[in-house]
Design a protein around this ligand. Structure first.
Ligand code: NCD
Length: 338
């Protein structure tokens, strides 16, 4: 795997391998010193053309825990303000010697374009492109469900809200269905994409009818910054029909989970009380996001996945030294570096 651009590029086995790798990094993250030298000497750049809190910090935390060096490209204080094109920016960054670019951009397809410009010389990770995809979010969402319930096989998962503008929804649908779940999109017609041809989903406009059958309800933020027209009569009306309130939670199965990728608009798509219920996994999603992004960075930039998932096979580096990481072992063995 050279890049992580889309969940569509991964099959079930790939996603499961990433989840297994994430287990390893969850374990690392629980240690008193949650850091391994796996990516020492590697340089990762954050190229964020859109606002982000959790995704950027989460990638940054992941890279630090793997001992990679990082650089931040900040659009507001860069030559973009002087008229530099995206291509020139990217070639400039490459010339400095980087191993990976983590990119978020308002336009769909930008991560693919960068990969083409750089002729695959640098690993590209899509951290959200327009309304299109957000693959690491789908990996951490599916990981969170897996860690709560063991497997997604046969589950019924609802994705509720502003699907039209949601890259999270697109990536989640691909990941959940690849892992054997059935997905229902629940939204008013105006908040669905104009065409759902090819989407492996069923659609409902009635949250109250669907809720009792769901194993997981994934709530989406109302992405008002992307709405150029009035797609709902009012936020109050949206909340009354589609907001996840305590009254609605009472109709859910006792073991059904609630998820939200954040940022949460409390009182709009989910009530404040519901967001804080024990069955709400919003904070776990954030926590698992760090380990998920460690897994992705390790898979793309590290020394190979077989060794890390099968610590029984001791590896020798070519120069006879120990290879760089054995993160599945106890704390004492970690830190042996090549
Ligand atoms: C999402 C995003 O930016 O795509 N947030 C995130 O990455 N956790 C969803 C959103 O903005 O609503």
């Amino acid at each position: 795997m050279t890049h992580l651009l889309s969940i569509a590029d991964l099959n079930r086995a790939d996603i499961e391998q990433l989840h297994q790798l994430t287990d390893t990094f969850v374990e690392v993250s629980r240690r008193s010193i949650p850091k391994v030298p796996a990516l020492r000497g590697k340089n990762v750049v954050w190229l964020f053309y859109e606002d982000s809190t959790r995704t950027r910090l989460s990638f940054e935390q992941a890279a630090k825990r793997l001992s990679a060096d990082t650089m931040t490209f900040s659009v507001s204080s860069s030559s973009v303000k002087k008229g530099e094109s995206l291509r020139d920016t990217v070639l400039t960054i490459e010339a400095m010697g980087v191993d990976a670019i983590v990119v978020r951009h308002g336009s769909a397809g930008v991560p693919w374009q960068i990969a083409r410009w750089l002729e695959d010389r640098v690993h590209i990770i899509n951290a959200g492109d327009g309304w299109h995809e957000h693959p690491t979010q789908a990996l951490l969402d599916s990981y969170t469900i897996r860690s709560e319930r063991g497997s997604l096989e046969g589950m019924h998962i609802g994705i509720v809200g502003d699907v039209k503008h949601s890259r999270v929804a697109r990536s989640d649908v691909l990941a959940y269905t690849a892992l054997g779940a059935q997905v229902t999109l629940v939204a008013p017609p105006t908040l669905l994409p104009p065409s759902l041809a090819g989407w492996p989903v069923t659609v409902s406009h009635d949250l109250d009818a669907v809720l009792p059958s769901l194993d997981v309800v994934g709530i989406l933020r109302m992405q008002q910054e992307r709405m150029t027209e009035n797609l709902v009569p009012s936020l109050r009306e949206y909340t009354s029909l589609y907001g996840l309130t305590l009254r609605r939670v009472d109709t859910m199965r006792d073991d059904a989970l609630i998820m939200h990728p954040g940022p949460v608009n409390r009182g709009v798509e989910i009530s404040a009380e519901v967001a804080d219920l024990p069955r709400s996994k919003i904070v776990d999603q954030v926590r698992n996001g760090v380990a998920t992004r460690m897994a992705v960075l390790y898979l793309l930039l590290g020394q190979g996945v077989d060794k890390i998932l099968d610590p029984g096979v001791p590896e020798e580096a070519p120069d006879g030294e120990h290879s760089d990481v054995s993160v599945t072992d106890s704390e004492s063995s970690v830190g042996v570096t090549g």
